[in-house]
Design a protein around this ligand. Structure first.
Ligand code: URA
Length: 199
């Protein structure tokens, strides 16, 4: 039985060879995600920006620096969690992905979640949240635990998956009020993880 790390490595290789949508032709490299394959918490951002596209790693620009600070505030390091994006290739000029681009990338994200089996999925921003909860508004549900059947348990029964939606770190960089809200919401992660662990 291959380990989660081995499965992710193979998946990353498949993602690197993906050309299911037009984004791949316009970006420098695929940014599959990184972190601990055994993580209990998986963060899902929107898509790579300029710096991420250059380095092939998620959240390594200004928003990523803020994410690292917030992780440290709850005594976590990047190596403790898994960080991925809803879309793995940088859209030109950082525009929002088109519906068909987001759709083409969705199976990769599903496969990542299936392998990692995180107790808690944390959305970074409304775009990634809306992939999973199309009818929710981030202004209403940020910082709240969302629970629904998503994926399967190893025995084939439906999995009760716990999700926490946060504002995107980039949106909080230059807005003091938003920054406070995000920092506050971030402090809810340990409790959310505890609740998720109890099922
Ligand atoms: N913003 C995102 O949503 N993802 C990244 O990887 C970087 C910035």
């Amino acid at each position: 039985m291959p380990s989660k790390q081995e499965l992710l490595k193979k998946l990353n290789e498949e993602m690197a060879a993906c050309s299911k949508c037009a984004l791949r032709a316009g970006c420098s490299r695929v940014v599959p995600g990184e972190g601990n394959a055994e993580a209990e918490i998986m963060f899902i951002g929107e898509g790579p920006g300029k710096k991420e596209d250059e380095l092939g790693r998620p959240f390594v620009g200004a928003a990523g620096k803020f994410l690292d600070e917030m992780l440290a505030s709850i005594k976590l390091k990047r190596e403790d969690v898994y960080i991925a994006n809803a879309v793995k290739c940088r859209p030109p000029e950082n525009r929002d992905p088109l519906p068909e681009e987001a759709e083409a990338c969705w199976p990769w994200l599903l496969e990542q979640i299936k392998i990692i089996r995180p107790k808690l999925v944390v959305f970074l921003g409304r775009h990634s949240m809306n992939r999973f909860f199309p009818n929710e508004k981030i202004s209403e549900v940020h910082g709240k635990l969302l629970i629904k059947n998503f994926g399967l348990n190893p025995d084939g029964s439906p999995k009760r998956q716990h999700f926490l939606a946060l504002y995107h770190p980039a949106s909080a960089l230059y807005n003091g009020g938003m920054r406070e809200t995000l920092l506050n919401d971030f402090q809810k992660i340990p409790k959310a993880l505890e609740v998720a662990g109890k099922k």
